[in-house]
Design a protein around this ligand. Sequence first.
Ligand code: GLP
Length: 243
Amino acid sequence: MKKIICETYEEMSAVAAFTIAVQVQVKADSVIGFATGSTPLGTYKKLRELYASKFVSFSAITAFNLDEYYPIKRDNPQSYYYFMWENLFRHVDIKPPQINIPDGSAVDPEMECADYDAKLMAAGGTDLQILGIGNNGHIGFNEPNEKLELMTNLVKLAPDTIEANSRFFDNISDVPAQAITMGMGGIFNSKHILLLINGEGKAEITKKIFDGTVTATVPASLLNLHPNVTVIMDKQAAGLICD
Ligand code: GLP
């Protein structure tokens, strides 16, 4: 995996945003995999600026989001659908029919997962997949386990994920217990994966993904097996690894 260590979160966000923008400049109809969470917020802010300054247009891209809580309604401010519209989509010229986000209010979540995979496969996978990482090493909502799912699936969130994500909700009991997530196969079916990591709190898990081993108990460690991964970190996240 290629490492880029940045001085600050702002610098890291700019490097990530330019990487995405250049991908879209080179291939206007790129399929981009988007992630949520606090990590990519700076990247999306920079992308909005790049769009406003006419550096990039998203009019021909197709978007696939990694995951969504289940059950959750799209108009719930904690939904990832809402997050993507608030932080990126409503500010740029992406075409709404080209946006794919798992539907957290689907009556039949298994069918929703199968439909999502069919759309992702029909699009040929992603050209660029943005990823964050959970404190426990999850990517998307692929939680540490002895077995990992390849396909989009309905998962039960790990207690530490529910606790970590409760900071966005009024009460921990409001955090949905499940989520629909792209599986490891969907993530790996990307030509270029961009893993973003920031903050001292992620230093331990960052060390684990660079320790020379792979294990399903640290799902992000499997990214070592993908041929084209760029990890963009700030100094704090990279604090326990050797450059
Ligand atoms: C969530 C998302 C992940 C994200 C992770 C880290 O649970 N499902 O896609 O990478 O949390 O979030 P944060 O960036 O807020 O640390």
